[in-house]
Ligand binder design. Structure first.
Ligand code: PLP
Length: 398
């Protein structure tokens, strides 16, 4: 049976990670892989997570299934973090299902859309996170793109984005990044979310919002302000939530899909479909990570501790952004990289050609993703100067 299978092309980012691992240099910098790192280069287990985990290990007396909708206190906490005390919740229009990571939520969202409208079209930003295409097309959806990033300003190419969205057929889905756009770091302003809400409403387009970095841009509530605004103004909305980055729970696979329907009856139909879809794909959610998040949510002390740790992470990323910009301004005597300080989240695209990216690797042991996406959180503050001089060096040489 398997003799006809051809080997799959290697994942480009995994190849960069392998090259990094094989580089013996003590100075090497991994700015490719998309995980948060502290100053010592570690992706730490957060203190609140460790404490919740310890509590759980003592209290837990069974490993039986949690049930098809997953951990309910977890779902409630995630709804509160994402939507706050939103009128759509009070109206009974919201349902939330625990999923294996944000990817699990995106895949379930895609399956749900495909069930409602087979082969529906989903428009995603150009560029977007590499995994969006396989996750959504794997469920049978058809992908379109809309312009998003303005290389000249490092901001959102909002007018071109609107022009393209205006031409989509009613019923199309628009995939949006809630905050901390991956890979560009360019986020919509609240005014732009407002204009977008209007356009989506009048054109009958359905937003699917991917929020994987809540709390790492401006703050927990600020990062969710755009999606909360859409939830106020549109009849239907899907939100894919990831707890990988903001709880540091990557390998535990913790996420949720939030579905907002026109009313309580539709919301409960959505929940029944989500459960049925999960059942036929992986049956039951994993428990441990969601139980950790629920334990944090249930304790005022652990919640406060987690929020403080998240603040520290966000402040580190934003501090690195400012420091890198300043160091590059100094090295190059130009404002070319000012956009890095203005953007948010872990990533920026530096706009380098592939030769320059390769020279950074081979001559300076600095590893960016092939599209010159840089993970700012991967850079220790102590290495900012070295990074800036390496980058200036290859730019001048090119
Ligand atoms: C934009 C975006 N969405 C979703 C995810 C999902 O992550 P996970 O499945 O690990 O929760 C990621 C992870 O890198 C991401 O960058």
């Amino acid at each position: 049976m398997f003799s006809q299978l051809e080997p799959q092309p290697a994942d480009a980012l995994l190849a960069v990670m392998a090259a990094f691992a094989a580089d013996p240099s003590a100075k090497k910098l991994d700015l490719g892989v998309g995980v948060y790192r502290d100053e010592s280069g570690l992706t730490p287990v957060m203190r609140a997570v460790r404490e919740a985990e310890t509590e759980l290990l003592t209290a837990q007396n069974t490993k039986t299934y949690v049930g098809p909708a997953g951990n309910r206190p977890f779902a409630d906490f995630i709804e509160t973090l994402t939507l706050g005390d939103h009128p759509v919740r009070r109206a009974g229009r919201v349902v939330t299902l625990q999923t294996p990571g944000g990817c699990g939520a995106l895949r379930l969202a895609a399956d749900l859309i495909n069930r409602a409208a087979r082969g529906a079209r989903v428009a995603m930003s150009d560029p977007t996170w590499a995994n969006h295409v396989p996750l959504l097309t794997g469920a049978g959806l058809v992908v379109d793109t809309y312009p998003y990033y303005d290389v000249a300003t490092g901001g959102v190419a909002f007018e071109s984005m609107l022009e393209t969205l205006k031409r989509l057929p009613a019923g199309a889905v628009v995939l949006l990044h809630g905050a901390c756009h991956n890979p560009t770091g360019a986020d919509l302003s609240l005014d732009q979310w407002r204009v977008l809400a209007e356009l989506l409403g009048t054109r009958g387009l359905m937003p699917l919002i991917d929020i994987a970095y809540q709390g790492l841009g401006e703050g927990l509530d600020q990062d969710a302000a755009g999606l909360r605004l859409l939830a106020e103004r549109l009849p239907e909305l899907l939100i894919a939530v990831s707890c990988s980055k903001n709880f540091g729970l990557y390998r535990e696979r913790v996420g949720a899909i939030i579905a907002i329907g026109e009313g309580p009856a539709q919301a409960s139909i959505l929940m029944s479909h989500l459960q049925a879809l999960a059942r036929r794909m992986y049956s039951m959610s994993p428990d441990h990570g969601a139980a950790i998040v629920a334990t944090i949510g249930a304790s005022a002390r652990l919640s406060a501790e987690w929020r403080a740790e998240l603040d520290t992470m966000r402040e580190r990323v934003n501090r690195i952004r400012r420091a890198v910009t300043q160091a590059l301004n100094h090295e190059l005597q130009s404002q070319r990289f000012d956009f890095i300080a203005a953007q948010r989240g872990m990533f920026s695209v530096l706009g380098l050609d592939s030769q320059t990216v390769l020279r950074l690797r081979s001559e300076h042991h600095v590893y960016l993703a092939n599209d010159s996406r840089m993970n700012l959180a991967g850079l220790p503050e102590s290495a900012v100067g070295r990074f800036a001089s390496a980058l200036a060096n290859v730019i001048r040489a090119g």
